[in-house]
Design a protein around this ligand. Structure first.
Ligand code: GDP
Length: 341
């Protein structure tokens, strides 16, 4: 029989947890192990961990805000990780510190489709100027959003210059990521010819730039695709009076066009900073973050209320049987909620 004192659990329990000050100093010194532990704390749903995480964030917040935050989206296979490897390596070569985060709503259930396997971004993973973190598997999308936003703050306080947030091309997670970055880049393929038909209008509304990837193998189609995307963007109203989203071709494999893409992102950054729009966008994002938080907390509180739990099944079946209206049911449930507080 194994000695219980040496069991895996007790070994884990005996590992000393860093104090709040140790975490703070470690993050500020850009100590990777400490950054990793701070993020793990942020991702935890344990109330004790959350309390410590929030105290840490409170201390770090005055040092946050300094990074260029760039969202990168596109369907699986478009070349996101190859692109991030190319762009990230270019930036670290220029002595920038680059962090890569992922937002993958499927990560809780399936192990995720992005940043899961270690073969992705091999060069960047070994780069001392880069930090890569897979998607939190915090379950619901709201939890992933909170953890990612707070992780950005930690990385900024650690001194990262650029934070790249990768996400898959599904509407909800794209909207979520565009709401936490300064620049939202959408990768597309110039291949199919009728690709515009398959694109939801929503994604064009979010994009600050469209990059047509794999220009090395789709060279003959780039011109036509660029024209089509440009005219699609042309008929839409620009989100900013100072920026019209450009369409550029690139190859993540050969590196062709990557320099031009980054120059465009920097130009956007200058224009937005000078016009005050960047700050305004960040303030707006903070306010919608507040809104989302309030909604999450209220919903948790509502569904966790024992008086609501007692009547909710009856109310639901009354609705499905057509015995009551939804409006009447809501009044009843809110009444139970108020009484049970
Ligand atoms: P992701 O799922 O969007 O992250 O896509 P990956 O980066 O994993 O790339 C999917 C496949 O496309 C891989 O086989 C890559 O090597 C390939 N790929 C990515 N970018 C390019 C490119 O610019 N040109 C070519 N020819 N292939 C590319």
């Amino acid at each position: 029989m194994s000695d219980p004192k040496n069991s895996k659990d007790s070994v884990i329990r005996r590992v000393q947890q860093p104090t709040l000050d140790e975490l703070f100093d470690g993050v500020r010194a850009c100590d990777r192990a400490m950054i990793g532990r701070a993020i793990t704390l942020i991702e935890s749903r344990n109330p004790k961990h959350q309390e410590k995480a929030q105290a840490l964030l409170h201390k770090l917040l005055p040092f946050a805000g300094g990074a260029q935050r760039v969202g990168i989206s596109g369907v699986p296979g478009v070349g996101k990780s190859t692109f991030i490897e190319a762009l990230g390596t270019k930036l670290t070569t220029e002595d920038k510190k680059v962090a890569v985060l992922a937002v993958d709503p499927s990560s809780g259930r399936t192990g995720g489709s992005i940043l899961g396997d270690k073969t992705r971004m091999e060069k960047l993973s070994a780069d001392t100027n880069a930090f890569i973190r897979p998607s939190p598997s915090a379950g619901v999308l709201g939890g992933v959003a909170r953890a990612t936003r707070e992780t950005i703050a930690v990385l900024e306080a650690a001194g990262f210059d650029v934070v790249l947030v990768e996400t898959v091309g599904t509407g909800q997670s794209e909207t979520m990521v565009s709401d936490m970055v300064d620049f939202f880049l959408v990768l597309m393929l110039p291949g199919a010819g009728d690709e515009l038909q398959g694109i939801k209008k929503g994604i064009l509304e979010l994009a600050d730039m469209i990059a047509l990837n794999k220009s090395d193998i789709f060279a003959d189609k780039i011109k036509q695709a660029t024209r089509e995307y440009k005219s699609a963007l042309h008929i839409m109203r620009d989100a900013s009076p100072n920026w019209h989203p450009p369409v550029l071709g690139c190859s993540a494999i050969t590196g062709d066009g990557i320099d031009g893409l980054w120059e465009t992102i920097e130009k956007h950054d200058r224009i937005m900073t000078d016009s005050g729009e960047r700050e305004a966008r960040r303030v707006q994002q903070k306010l919608s973050w507040l809104d989302a938080h309030i909604r999450d907390r209220l919903l948790d509180d509502f569904y966790g209320n024992t008086d609501v739990a007692e009547v909710i099944d009856t109310v639901k079946s009354a609705i499905t049987n057509g015995e009551t209206t939804v409006s009447h049911a809501v009044t009843k449930l809110l009444g139970a909620y108020q009484a049970g507080k």
